[in-house]
Design a protein around this ligand. Structure first.
Ligand code: KG4
Ligand code: ZN
Length: 327
């Protein structure tokens, strides 16, 4: 079995996965959404302190599995340095005390493998990762064959939802709150400009849209009835930006199998628009189970099985925290 730890942002999670069967034997996540909600975003030092409390509490529940562990895996990149270190220190301590292998996992690869929890993986795959930290398109042929073909130049898709929710005083995380509010609004009410619509670049940008929304929220003033229209129009344009750039990319790289992963892949409007986009290509759409879209340790454990089989282990000195992903 492998014990896997996730602490790259505001979720403390530990999983136990059986290597031979890929079965998930244990998974527990303690989210910090409530604690960060009052600040409208994640406060790194607070997140680190909460991990330091939550991770040992979850680990205690894993004690019955200790004897059967062959390795401990942990997210070591990318993420907040002060929160990554909580998981990595714990993983190193477990590796030393139990005398087992240590595996460092890239969180983005974790999101890709969230598609294959308790399943065999299937590649090649074009993957759209939409989370709080990342918006990128990757061509994936296997564990070590991942090429990023487009990414955000500034804010990420999920982050823009968080910031719009903060402007409206709705709380954190903003994605589900904006999605709910948007259902009551008119997507055509506000004519926000689609980012980079005249640019030949296949890249993403959300900072301009965010500022346009800020002006609309300020203009609405105390009239909160306009918020649902702003949310609906924002969600529509934020999604249209993704589908327009993907359409451009598909002209030279028609998709066969396509996947959406990451916390924001739970967004139903985004899912429906991507489904529509894929139709002419007859491409298959892969999605993670809803409970594994946002950060979790099951996806880290699933990657760790692949790395264990390839003997991709780290020594204590080799395992470093790298806040920025190389992918
Ligand atoms: O993957 P994740 O849990 O953490 C990162 O790796 O960043 O993604 C969290 C992000 C947050 O920005 C959150 O607002 C966004 O995913 N999110 C959504 C939805 N649910 C979560 N964004 C849009 N619509 C949603 N339904
Ligand atoms: Zn994530």
């Amino acid at each position: 079995m492998i014990l896997s730890i996730e602490s790259s942002c505001d979720d403390s999670a530990i999983a136990i996965t059986e290597i031979a069967t890929k079965k998930l034997l244990f998974h527990k996540k303690i989210s910090q959404e409530l604690e960060h909600s009052v600040y409208g975003g994640v406060v790194p030092e607070l997140a680190a302190r909460l991990h330091a409390e939550a991770l040992p509490r979850i680990l205690q529940e894993c004690e019955p599995y200790f004897e059967k562990l062959k390795a401990v895996a942990v997210t070591s990149t990318p993420g907040l340095a002060v929160t990554l270190v909580e998981g990595v220190s714990m993983a190193k301590a477990i590796a030393v005390s139990l005398g087992i292998e240590l595996i460092g996992v890239n969180h983005l690869v974790g999101h890709i493998y969230s598609l294959f929890i308790e399943k065999e993986s299937t590649f090649p795959l074009t993957v759209l990762l939409v989370s709080g930290g990342h918006t990128q398109v990757m061509e994936v042929k296997g564990l070590c064959e991942i090429t990023t073909v487009a990414k955000s130049m500034d804010d990420s898709f999920g982050e823009s939802f968080d910031k719009v929710a903060k402007m409206m005083g709705l709380g954190y995380p903003g994605g589900p709150l904006i999605e709910k509010l948007a259902k009551e609004g008119n997507r055509k009410a506000y004519n926000f400009t689609v980012p980079l619509h005249q640019s030949p670049l296949i890249a993403f940008s959300y900072s301009g849209l965010k500022n346009a929304v800020r002006l609309a929220v300020e203009a609405a003033g105390e009239d909160k009835t306009k918020y649902s229209d702003i949310a609906a129009s924002f969600e529509h344009i934020a999604t249209k930006h993704l589908t327009m750039k993907l359409k451009k990319y598909f002209k030279t790289h028609p998709p066969r199998s396509f996947a959406i992963v990451g916390g924001a892949s739970a967004n139903l409007y985004l899912r429906s628009q991507i489904e529509e986009l894929l139709q002419p290509y007859g491409a298959k759409l892969l999605l993670s189970e809803l409970k594994y879209c946002s950060d979790n340790a099951a996806m880290i454990g699933r990657v760790a099985i692949e790395m264990y089989e390839k003997k991709q282990f780290c020594s204590l000195d080799e395992l470093e925290i790298v806040p920025k992903s190389k992918l």
